[in-house]
Write a protein that binds this ligand. Structure first.
Ligand SMILES: [Zn+2]
Ligand SMILES: [Zn+2]
Length: 243
């Protein structure tokens, strides 16, 4: 699996950048994880719209779905011009009425996800776990050819997902707060809490992302390194990690 960062900010993008979005590629898949503000412009530097296999949405906060409307149009154009023959599957939970927005005529089809099901796409298995956040959010676990990727979406430290992240080759975890800011926003993680989750679950590598807009984010990696001995990556646009 190859994971490429398409966006790395919480809430809104810094100039020329993007909020949450990641491309997961294998020899059989090109899957978009969340579709935040500015993500499509970065995605389409790498692949064409018709190449997308599926989209997974963790929750419906704008920093995770702001570009989704334009992605529906991209799928429409791909089908109208016969570059794509099947509607684009867009997976999201039904705990919000926004689920209905995932389906756009015959061009995209919304597919429900929840913690009791496993989605299977061409030998890729995807399972889900609810986290504690301001809105219902699903963390996602992708398993393919004995490799495991976990993407948390947004979550607070009281989320019970250590076992869900167990043995991940890569854990993509939101890190919205510096270590000393614990409790400032209960539905989000500090650098320390992210590192402690990675350590407790035995994750081999950790990607810090979903950054705040004040402070030196490079310090987050330093803070995380005090609590986690695995390899730590700081999200940057276009950065790829292969597991
Ligand atoms: Zn967010
Ligand atoms: Zn959120």
């Amino acid at each position: 699996m190859k994971i490429t960062v398409l966006g790395r900010w919480g809430a809104y993008p810094e100039p020329g950048e993007a909020t949450a979005g990641y491309l997961l590629e294998t020899d059989k898949h090109k899957i978009l994880l969340d579709c935040g503000s500015g993500v499509l412009a970065n995605l389409f530097k790498i692949i064409r719209p018709e190449e997308l296999t599926a989209v997974f949405i963790s929750h419906y906060h704008y920093d995770h779905i702001a570009d989704l409307g334009c992605l529906l149009y991209a799928s429409k154009f791909a089908m109208v011009f016969k570059k794509r023959s099947e509607p684009l599957p867009v997976y999201g939970h039904k705990a919000s009425p926004r689920f209905s927005e995932l389906s756009f005529r015959e061009y995209t089809v919304g597919k429900e996800i929840h913690p009791e099901i496993t989605v299977s796409i061409n030998d890729l298995q995807v399972s889900f776990r609810q986290t504690i956040h301001e809105e219902y959010n699903l963390a996602m676990r992708f398993e393919y050819q004995n490799k495991v990727l976990v993407y948390t979406g947004d979550l607070g430290p009281k989320s019970q997902i250590t076992d869900f992240c167990n043995g991940a080759d890569l854990l993509i975890c939101e890190t919205s707060l510096f270590a000393h800011e614990g409790g400032m926003f209960p539905g989000h993680m500090t650098s320390r809490e992210t590192a402690e989750l990675a350590a407790a679950s035995g994750a081999k590598e950790l990607l810090l992302t979903h950054f705040p807009h004040l402070g030196d984010i490079s310090k987050m990696a330093q803070e995380a390194a005090c609590y986690y001995e695995g390899k730590i990556h700081l999200a940057e646009i276009n950065k790829s990690i292969v597991i």
